[in-house]
Design a protein. Structure first.
Length: 266
């Protein structure tokens, strides 16, 4: 399969989807242990959740799983959250801190170099090209990075994660008006909880591309999977009713961000 799926549009909004892929090449899959083969840390069904919410939005979706290599990690291997539990560029463990590789089959430096070149780099080359293309049309581009995670993961955070987790690296990666749209819509969403720059402040994608002074804005939305899954455990099934309610709020966010971008051209 191709490393990424690309849908080109002419909207100023670009959807990044680095963690919904479940493809693992056979030689890598054979090295995973039984726990790793569950692929529990997938951003389950996020590409379905956002599909067709915004007409003519561009999307770039990684097809490979984050256990192959994490497309939302710094290619240098630098930690996004120094001093906190997290997973790396090529994870050794799952989000519960449990090993995912068979003994003696852990990825080597050579493996990491190959996977960077084969998977990570092509995905980001495509994403960077789309940002430049969209910016050339509008003079502005908004990268909205789409994520989800289980709502209870003691290895990563205490208690229950809010439903909406907005990340802008403490306001560095986008215009305050874009951040404010996400905060207002999620704050007004009845029955949901939300937080700005809480446990998840934006991954490498958001921090790397978000350069408001150049007209490129980036924001990450990390959703608790309880908002759109029947259960946060295998088979990680999609809940159409939950998802339908959630999609109304996501659509509002994207629509308002698009309106902001289009108005900024005038």
């Amino acid at each position: 399969m191709p490393v990424f799926e690309l849908r080109q549009g002419t909207s100023p909004i670009i959807l990044g989807l680095p963690h919904t892929g479940t493809e693992v090449p056979a030689d890598i899959h054979d090295r995973l242990n039984d726990n790793g083969k569950i692929l529990a840390d997938t951003d389950w069904h996020i590409h379905d959740l956002y599909r067709d919410l915004l007409e003519d939005a561009t999307s770039v979706r990684a097809t490979f799983h984050r256990y192959v290599i994490d497309a939302n990690r710094d290619p240098s291997g630098t930690s996004l959250y120094p001093g906190q539990n997290t997973t790396g560029l090529v994870p050794d463990t799952d989000f519960d801190g449990k090993p995912i590789w068979k003994d003696g089959c852990e990825p080597t430096e050579a493996d990491m170099a190959y996977r960077l070149q084969t998977f990570h780099a092509p995905y980001h080359a495509a994403l960077a090209a789309e940002i430049e293309r969209v910016k050339s049309i509008h003079g502005i581009a908004i990268l909205y990075d789409c994520h989800s995670i289980r709502s209870h993961i003691p290895f990563l955070f205490e208690g229950k994660l809010p439903d909406f987790n907005i990340g802008t690296d403490l306001g560095k990666t986008c215009d305050p008006a874009i951040e404010r749209i996400a905060v207002e819509v999620t704050g007004d969403a009845e029955g949901y909880t939300s937080i700005l720059n809480g446990r998840f402040k934006g991954g490498w994608t958001t921090r790397h591309y978000g350069q408001p002074q150049t007209g490129v804005h980036a924001i990450q939305m990390e959703l608790a999977q309880s908002t759109h899954l029947i259960t946060e455990a295998p088979p990680f099934a999609y809940d159409d009713n939950k998802a339908g309610q959630l999609r109304t709020h996501l659509k509002t966010i994207l629509t308002r961000m698009e309106q902001f971008a289009l108005a900024s051209k005038r």
